[in-house]
Design a protein around this ligand. Structure first.
Ligand code: PLP
Length: 419
């Protein structure tokens, strides 16, 4: 442990939740250097939707490396980049009749968000962007400005501006009609926004899922006022809630979509900002960055799209596993009279919410996560006060693994609330 403690900054966080040294991984399992195995219901915070080292992606990656395929290329043309783009078109965009141009903005989710915010302001000539309570869009300053979490915002060290926070679905006072009224009312104090940025399910903010009706109403408000709608699908895209894009069930078509995490397929860094073609007002080099052409990520990303999104088997499997998970979590909550956690989420983004415990909720959720770790299950907490235990199993999880994870979670909740 010494190398980490002596050399790494205090800023590290996940290694505090799981203080072991991981060595290798396969499917839904991570192994530490002492050979102990852990069922991974964290899945790289959504970057490992297809599990660890899926054989079909590993083979594509090893072949590419073995033939000296281009590893790094900024935004130069490469065979791997073309293959990724055509595969994205064939497996994802064309079957959904979606017409988006692709911006490669830099490797992380926050880069995809920054590109969307920047372009929305440029296209509309307006500066304000509406975000939502409990949202999370990344750690760079623009993305933080539209994020809700007070501690993360405070860490920015400068005032965060040009953003307004509105209540998300389920939050007191939430209604797209309020936004409609405020945008249309010259006395509201809300400058007409360039864009609204929204997650369909708030992963980091506590696994709050917006209803499809709410999303449709929000999209209609944006359309009515000429405000661009950005869906941040960094965590909930790539099948996390069932369909490839998390907004498909709501039947909305955002002006821009941010993708990262699992789009690289193998846990390799890749991000996309998808934009309606009419919005493509960039001049060459307006948005730049060294890592916008990571060859291995193009290869595994394309292989993942071919392997998992050529048909709808994975979507169906996620919907089915999601129901199985929600039912099993419901069983856990039934064991408690007072202080029962509530089940949150959609598809394979699920949460157990301990907010009924008031000020102690964060400590309780943290203890459940620690008890789960002791029993060989990785689950993190989410929400501004950490009061929700969040489950993001790989989408490829088997029923047996799902049941095993829920059993461990149930025992961990029991040990925390009754122990
Ligand atoms: N947007 C959403 C919805 C996220 O959940 C995250 C990260 O969790 C980000 C953006 C930021 O992504 P990254 O950490 O890759 O910058």
């Amino acid at each position: 442990m010494n190398a980490f403690e002596q050399m790494e900054s205090e800023v590290r966080s996940y290694s505090r939740t799981w203080p072991v040294v991981f060595d290798h991984a396969q499917g839904s399992w991570l192994y530490d250097e002492d050979g102990r195995r852990y069922l991974d219901f964290f899945a790289g915070a959504g970057a490992l939707n297809y599990g660890h080292n899926p054989p079909v992606l590993k083979r594509a990656l090893m072949d590419y490396i073995a033939r000296d395929g281009v590893a790094h290329s900024l935004d130069m043309f490469t065979v791997a980049r073309r293959r990724f783009l055509t595969t994205l078109h064939e497996t994802v965009l064309a079957p959904r009749a979606l017409d988006y141009r692709v911006v490669f903005p830099g490797p992380g989710g926050t880069n995809a968000v920054e590109a969307a915010l920047k372009l929305a302001r440029r296209v509309t000539g307006r500066t304000t962007v509406v975000g939502f309570t409990n949202s999370f869009h990344g750690m760079t300053l623009g993305a933080l400005a539209v994020s809700g979490n007070a501690a993360k915002r405070a860490a920015a060290g400068v005032p965060l501006g040009h953003a307004v926070s509105m209540p998300y679905d389920g939050y007191p006072g939430s209604a797209p009609e309020l936004l409609d009224r405020m945008i249309g009312d010259s006395g509201s104090g809300l400058d007409k926004p360039a864009a609204v940025i929204v997650e369909t399910v708030q992963g980091e903010g506590g696994v709050h899922a917006a209803e499809d009706d709410w999303l449709r109403a929000l999209a209609a408000v944006c359309r009515r006022h000429g405000v661009l709608l950005i869906v941040d699908d960094v965590q909930m895209g790539c099948g996390r809630v069932g369909p490839f894009f998390s907004f498909e069930d709501a039947g909305i078509v955002p002006d821009m979509v941010c993708l990262s995490k699992s789009i690289g397929g193998y846990g390799l860094p890749l991000a996309l900002t998808l934009i309606r073609p009419e919005l493509d007002v960039w001049k060459p080099g307006d948005h730049n960055g060294t890592f916008r052409g990571v060859g291995p990520a193009f290869v595994t990303g394309a292989a993942a799209l071919r392997a998992y999104w050529s048909g709808n088997d994975l979507e169906k499997a996620v919907r089915r596993s999601g129901e199985r998970l929600a039912t099993a979590l419901g069983e856990i909550t039934r064991g408690y009279h007072d202080g029962a956690p509530t089940v949150k989420g959609r598809g394979l983004a699920a949460g157990l919410d301990f907010r009924s415990h008031g000020d102690r909720a964060g400590a309780i959720a943290a203890q459940v996560s620690a008890e789960a770790f002791r029993r060989g299950l990785l689950v993190e907490t989410s929400g501004a006060d950490g009061s929700v235990v969040k489950l993001l199993p790989p989408l490829t999880v088997s029923d047996a693994e799902l049941d095993q994870g829920v059993d461990i979670l149930g025992a961990s909740v029991d040990a925390t609330l009754h122990g």
